[in-house]
Design a protein around this ligand. Structure first.
Ligand code: FES
Length: 118
């Protein structure tokens, strides 16, 4: 097997940052839960509006993702290239992520969720 050198993966990036936000919606009584059932959609709508209003749409990618695998702790979103996972619950949380992470390049520490595979 050929090993790929990290330097060969240094390619021009389309976005400065790319957000994947879980849009999975399961019934409220589903045993796995879901980000949709936890109120994700209005938060993601607000996040998109803020990205556009702040003039960040050219540098911040936003993708409506399927399940990110940690349903019970949603709503979940992850921002790359940092690989930071956030669990916003309120419109104010979305504002904090926009101001701190997307505009300021700093963690919105109170909203970070550290996940581990079981
Ligand atoms: S439903 Fe969002 S992480 Fe699974």
């Amino acid at each position: 097997m050929t090993q790929v050198e990290m330097s060969s993966m240094d390619v021009p990036q389309l976005y400065k940052r790319h957000i994947f936000a879980c849009h999975t919606q399961r019934p409220p009584t589903h045993p796995r839960g879901s980000c949709g059932a936890a109120g994700a959609q209005p938060l993601w709508d607000q996040l998109l509006r803020r990205i556009e209003a702040e003039g960040l749409a050219a540098e911040i990618g936003f993708t409506a993702s399927g399940c990110l695998g940690f349903c019970s702790v949603g709503p979940l979103m992850v921002i790359y290239p940092e690989g930071v996972w956030y669990r916003p619950k309120t419109p104010e949380d979305i504002d904090e992520i926009v101001e701190s992470h997307l505009k300021g390049g700093r963690l919105a520490e109170d909203l970070v969720v550290v996940l581990a595979r079981s």
